[in-house]
Design a protein. Structure first.
Lengths: 337, 300, 238
């Protein structure tokens, strides 16, 4: 009993520390870097969503960038065409992407592994062309510009945002907004994963045949996983649109899908804490790669080499490392002597 | 009605389609080779082929004839493929599949970046592999370029088939892909078979690249990206775990895309790529195993 | 006493963190058929895997004067040990002929290989008719015989036979053990056979070891073990 309390206490301590970091990080970084951190938050949310689908349910998706596009364009379209306030579009964007995710999940029932990867790959590659095609809604190749078309709907356009009496810069606002949603999303995911639903998802990942024989309705849970991760991707895409104040087909290329997947794997599939590290990795690595040298090709080379190196050194991602480091502690806490 | 149809044009367009398909077939075969041996799709296959093409360009630039450069590049690419496998894939041999996939994605950037760093991003061109004169076959004019491309692609595929079918090493390689554990007990060095697979795949990719480049007025480091997509589509159509499927699927795809592009008006040249994507999605929805793949039936 | 062909001395083996063998010691003499018996999970298959190098092991393993305790399976095969694994390890996608050819993969003596091909066909004449067939289309019993034939193509000094009777009809199993006996008599082939079917194994072998939870519980001549009622009842289930 005492051990249990110690374990819970430890988690509360970690949670409190995380909360403190969240609240006070912007005071330690420049305004510009708050923007970067906000951007990392977008990756974080998408990665957490993908982690559910790929890490916990075992469904490979190379198309999360395309789901983010759904969310991002929903937000942009609502702001530009319907003059909604940008932040209020977020739930709808998440919902739209969740529905598309569900729809993708349906045919995905018959596919697995490589085939699913290829199908989602094709979807992701096709997305920019699709976006260009429906130009009435999406603004075609030019995309949608929130700032130019509906400036009053952009929160913080004046430069400062006031919430509950507190004034802050637009960048800080974006940071707090994104990571608030991120932390809430993380919490929800944590609850999903450690509960009965999480167990079912993991059962599906480990052996579909065994799960089905145990009575699990594969169709329901696979599509559910797709839908939930779609919602996360949609919210992430929406926040991206809000942060950048612009969307166009080049915002959501296959490259973005790769980044999300890399972030999820580097973070450690099936490990929630690792996702923060994964998000920071994909946010800052391209930047750092350009710092090494800006000669053509070198940043990409460094970027790719870093990814390869991380995978070789940490095949199970950061999450795997965290698990190994925490093993002596968790063994002490959770196993009977 | 039959007499009014232009059979000559159809024949010509079929040959053009086969030529594109042949180029895609060699890259598709490379993808299938690696998939069968290593269990992953190598997303960097196209970039490796592009790198080989640039090596060929450098050789030609330094005075070698096209065909001499062709053969030398194949050899260099083979060695390169083996080195890549040893350096980058071997360390993650036992890692989960997704980790290896991410490694190939990282490889994509590494190879692309290296190519843009070594040879700056300006466009360049390779001389024509074959003469541009048309040739008369049974009264129909075909381009030697197209016929030659088909011949070289199928020749390369044929040589590979001979290797796997009739040599001891090829047999061991096939065994290692089918059942690595049992093969090990027979004394097969499975790890080196993987490296061999990557070397052969790189060589095939080089053929693909070196047949793609001369057909274009000029090319740059993005040369093989569309080809990779078509190769995926061809391999999916034929069956991603079947070498025969990869080749036949790509040839069919080549003819299909070309005929659709020629005879269906609103699909001009820019929509050829979406046709390939539609093929991938269509096949996966209807019959994921493709034409020749093994039906992985899992009825629960 | 001449040096045994194969000697295991205090061998441990593990699957990840789980230890499957604890200090197992056994020997196989030249031209001997030795059986390893025991219940499911006793460590019989693991013992064979320890010899061929397909499991993490420690301890002394000496074969024909060579220390093989640290060598990988590829090297062990080259020394003349043919391991017919549980489930035969048939290369199902390849043809019967290709399977046989791969049996001789590590050999370079073309003449010797051709000789052995003839020899093997004399033991299993039906293989000739099925040479071009996909090995996966053979029945279980036929695959077991193919696996044995393939092992012979190595011209091995020792054959490791893992559960040859698994999933096969009794008539087929009898035939297989008959062939094993013939090979041992005619060619002087040493065999280390793992079997759950203790009756058959004891009849076919001259010595046997009974494993229990990864340790050698009983050892002795097969004739003695067959007669020993208490051993039979406690360890062999009959």
């Amino acid at each position: 009993m005492g051990r249990r309390a110690l374990g819970v206490g430890l988690w509360l301590l970690i949670a409190a520390a995380a909360l403190l970091v969240y609240l006070f990080a912007p005071t330690f970084v420049s305004d510009f870097h708050s923007r970067d951190l906000a951007h990392a938050g977008v990756f974080f949310i998408a990665i957490v969503g993908l982690n559910l689908l790929t890490g916990y349910t075992g469904q490979i998706s190379l198309g999360h960038g395309a789901l983010m596009a759904i969310g991002g364009y929903t937000t942009a379209a609502l702001v530009v065409h319907e003059h909604w306030r940008d932040v209020w579009t977020i739930p709808l964007a998440g919902l739209a992407a969740g529905v598309v995710g569900f729809l993708i999940g349906l045919p995905a029932l018959r596919l697995s592994g490589l085939y699913l990867a290829l199908a989602t790959f094709a979807f992701a590659v096709a997305m920019p062309s699709l976006l260009r095609k429906f130009s009435g809604l999406t603004g075609g190749g030019q995309g949608l510009r929130l700032l130019e078309s509906a400036p009053q709907q952009v929160t913080g356009i004046s430069g400062t945002v006031t919430i509950f009496g507190h004034s802050m810069t637009q960048n800080h606002f974006l940071y707090y907004l994104t990571w608030a949603i991120g932390l809430v999303g993380f919490l929800i995911m944590w609850l999903i994963v450690r509960g009965g639903l999480g167990r079912v998802f993991r059962a599906v990942r480990d052996s579909e045949v065994a799960a089905a024989s145990a009575g699990v309705n594969l169709a329901r849970y696979k599509t559910l996983a797709f839908a939930i991760s779609g919602v996360y991707a949609g919210v992430a895409g929406s926040l991206l649109a809000i942060q950048d104040e612009i969307v166009n087909p080049l915002t959501f290329t296959f490259l973005l899908s790769i980044l999300i997947l890399v972030g999820a794997v580097v973070g450690g599939l099936g490990s929630l804490p690792g996702m923060v590290l994964g998000a920071l990795f994909v946010q800052y690595l391209p930047d750092l790669s350009t710092r090494v040298s800006s000669k053509p090709g070198v940043p990409d080379f460094v970027y790719g080499a870093a990814i390869i190196l991380v995978m070789i050194l940490l095949p199970s991602g950061a999450g795997g490392l965290l698990r190994r480091l925490a093993e002596p502690l968790t063994t002490r806490l959770y196993t009977r002597p | 009605m039959l007499l009014a149809f232009d059979w000559t044009e159809l024949a010509q367009q079929i040959v053009v389609g086969l030529a594109s398909g042949g180029v895609w077939a060699t890259l598709a075969l490379a993808l299938v080779l690696i998939y069968r041996s290593t269990g992953v799709v190598n997303f960097a296959q196209g970039e490796m082929a592009m790198f080989s093409t640039f090596i060929a360009w450098s050789l030609v630039h330094h005075g070698l004839s096209y065909w001499a450069a062709f053969l030398l590049t194949i050899g260099i690419s083979f060695i390169g493929g083996v080195l890549v496998e040893r350096a980058v894939i071997r360390p993650v041999e036992d890692a989960p599949v997704l980790t290896v996939v991410i490694v190939t994605l990282g490889l994509f950037f590494v190879v692309n970046g290296a190519a843009r760093w070594i040879w700056s991003p300006e466009t360049r061109s390779l001389p024509n592999a074959f003469s541009t004169r048309p040739i008369d076959v049974a009264g129909v004019a075909f381009s030697i370029q197209d016929l030659g491309t088909i011949a070289v692609s199928l020749g390369a595929v044929g040589l590979l088939w001979l290797f796997f079918r009739f040599t001891k090493l090829g047999l061991a390689s096939r065994a290692a892909a089918v059942d690595p554990e049992a093969s090990r007990l027979l004394g097969v060095r499975v790890s080196w078979m993987l490296a061999l697979g990557w070397g052969l795949a790189a060589a095939m990719g080089a053929v693909s690249g070196m047949l793609t480049a001369p057909a274009l007025a000029s090319f740059d480091q993005n040369l093989m990206q569309p080809v990779l997509l078509y190769a995926f589509a061809g391999a999916v159509l034929g069956g991603i775990d079947s070498p025969l499927g990869a080749v036949v699927g790509s040839l069919i795809l080549g003819v299909l895309v070309n005929l659709i592009g020629t005879y269906v008006d609103w699909i001009g040249t820019e929509l050829r790529l979406p046709v390939a994507l539609a093929v991938i999605l269509g096949v996966l929805l209807i019959r994921p195993a493709g034409l020749f793949g093994r039906e992985a039936v899992r009825r629960v | 006493m001449p040096e045994p062909l194969l000697q295991l001395e205090q061998v441990d083996a593990r699957y990840g963190p789980v230890k499957a063998l604890h200090g197992v010691s056994l020997t196989v003499g030249e031209g001997e058929v030795v059986a390893v018996l025991g219940a499911n999970g006793a460590g019989k298959t693991t013992t064979l895997r320890a010899v061929s190098g397909t499991v993490k092991r420690s301890g002394e393993i000496v074969f024909a004067g060579n220390r093989i305790s640290g060598r990988p399976p590829e090297a062990v095969a080259r020394l003349g040990i043919a391991h017919v694994p549980e489930g035969r390890g048939t290369l199902t996608d390849l043809s019967v002929r290709e399977n046989l050819r791969l049996g001789a993969y590590v050999r370079r003596d073309r003449a010797g290989i051709r000789e052995d091909e003839q020899r093997v066909l004399s033991y299993f004449p039906w293989l000739e008719h099925r040479a071009g067939q996909r090995a996966g289309t053979l029945s279980g019993g036929e695959q077991q015989m193919l696996a044995l034939a393939r092992a012979l193509m190595l011209r091995p000094k020792l054959v490791l036979l893992d559960e040859p009777s698994l999933g096969l009809a009794p008539m087929v199993v009898t035939e297989i053990f008959r062939i094993v006996g013939e090979l041992n008599e005619r060619e002087g082939l040493a065999v280390l056979v793992v079997e759950q079917n203790a009756v058959l194994a004891l009849e076919a072998s001259s010595r046997a070891y009974v494993l229990e939870v990864g340790r050698v519980a009983v050892e002795g001549s097969s004739a003695d073990l067959r007669r020993n009622e208490s051993v039979r009842r406690s360890y062999l289930g009959y």
